[in-house]
Design a protein. Structure first.
Length: 160
């Protein structure tokens, strides 16, 4: 069974950090979701733009992933939490791809307000089965201080 880690990360790189931890421990393939037109501006400006995009249901155009999903049985998908749900780029990715028959392991990073991110991700992965979902907390100011205990992360990664 082949496994692929897919993630979207913005601003502080917290989701990338967790995806890289998984890759280092498992040696699974990895790919980053990238928007065709990257966000620009200060952290606060990107947060404001993200809030507007989430409220509008906006889905940005994405760059090609560089991996073919049909070659993988298990897909580990990570997103930062933007206004209580997944980032718009992840929404676009999940909407544009077929997860039928795959096992999906959703994870998200957040600053203390996880919202309904994991449920929203699972709702878009039609036909998939799910296991080992994970919520990873960083500090509430959008920083890179990990709040979730590292031993909890290591135990979760071992289950993958």
């Amino acid at each position: 069974m082949a496994s692929l880690i897919i993630y979207y990360s913005q601003a502080r790189g917290n989701t990338r950090r967790i995806a890289e931890m998984i890759r280092q421990a498992t040696n699974y393939d990895i790919a980053e979701i990238e928007t065709a037109f990257p966000y620009k501006g200060t952290y606060e400006e990107i947060v404001d733009q993200g809030k507007a995009e989430v409220s509008e249901g906006y889905m940005p155009e994405l760059r090609p992933l560089g991996k073919i999903l049909s070659g993988y049985d298990t897909v580990i998908i990570g997103t930062p939490t933007w206004w209580y749900t997944m980032a718009p780029a992840v929404r676009a990715f999940l909407t544009e791809n077929d997860f039928s028959g795959k096992t999906v392991v959703p994870f998200h990073t957040h600053g203390g307000w996880p919202g309904h991110t994991l449920d929203d991700m699972k709702a878009l992965c039609k036909g998939a089965s799910f296991k080992n979902e994970m919520s990873v907390q960083f500090d509430f100011e959008g920083g890179s201080t990990l709040i979730t205990p590292e031993d909890k992360l290591r135990d979760w990664i071992k289950k993958l």
